[in-house]
Ligand binder design. Sequence first.
Ligand SMILES: *Cc1c(COP(=O)(O)O)cnc(C)c1O
Length: 359
Amino acid sequence: MINVTQTFLPPQQEYQAILKKVWDTAWLTNRGQLVIELEEKLQNYLGSNRLLATTNGTLPLQIALKILAKEGEVITTPFSYVATTSSIVWENCTPVFVDIDPGHLTIDENKIEAAITPDTTAILATHIFGNPCAVEEIQRIAQKHQLAVIYDAAHGFGVKYKNKSLFNYGDVSTCSFHATKLFHTGEGGALFCKDKELMHQLYYHHNFGHNGPESFYGLGINAKMSELQAAMGLAVLPYMEEILVKRKSIVKGYDNSLDFNYIKKIKIRKGTEWNYSYYPVIFEKEEQLLKVQTALNSKEIYPRRYFYPSLNHLPYVKDIEMPVSENISKNILCLPLSSSIENSTIELIVQTINQSLSC
Ligand SMILES: *Cc1c(COP(=O)(O)O)cnc(C)c1O
């Protein structure tokens, strides 16, 4: 069975050697040596702002919204994973959808200003499939209207935009280290922030609000990464370069052999060093997508409809029309992409798709 993603597992002995430190110290969480080590190594590897490791990629979104969006209106994209919208609603904020740019599939920066009201407090946009949003224009708009900018960079691991880590854009940027993501700790995530005062707030919010064992700065929640999660990250990180080389060659394989008469690819923003995190293809019609999906499934190959449905149709948001996002959501399919997939499997996938489209 071939799935859309396949989790990379490091050699078990290497993971166990790192875990031994947990047994030696009997220290399992509350920022032990492994979490600190992982944060340092990640910051180094990514060339990023300071980061805080978290237990998943959703809580950092919620914490950033809690601090910066303050139950106001949050301008956001309808084309993302559900966590982007659900975090907004969970924090008692109101999602205000702005349609996406049909080429890059990121929030359409030219439509943001029309959606701003006196109640708008923040913009939460997703660097979908690791493709950067129009970060400069969004920054300009945010500055003009005094809005906070939060990026859901769950797919952004290792991406550079204009020679800078993608995580360095926005007031706060978040990432997911879920097992299905490019770099993972099983469950896990991180937030990135340059501003010291804001990082201090984010930090205490992620640890119950503690200021020492018996006093509190304010309200908080538990979003701490455990040592067991960090151990997986430390075991995976040394393999990232190898993983990227493999993924790049698979992407080249698809690029060179898929029949692009009937499908198109997303446009990666100029100035991006991309991370080969997903291989989305866009069909002309949903019928074609369903036909291809059925043909692949019959060979036990399972692409995924990332992301479907368009988030403006969620049952707990005000349903308004988002024509571009709805159209893309219906017609986009992510093909299997992982560092362990065989060339022969890629050939089978390509053959199945090309055949299914041409008849
Ligand atoms: C995976 C993902 C998340 C959530 O991350 P978790 O680590 O699973 O909590 C948020 N946003 C996007 C766009 C994602 O793909």
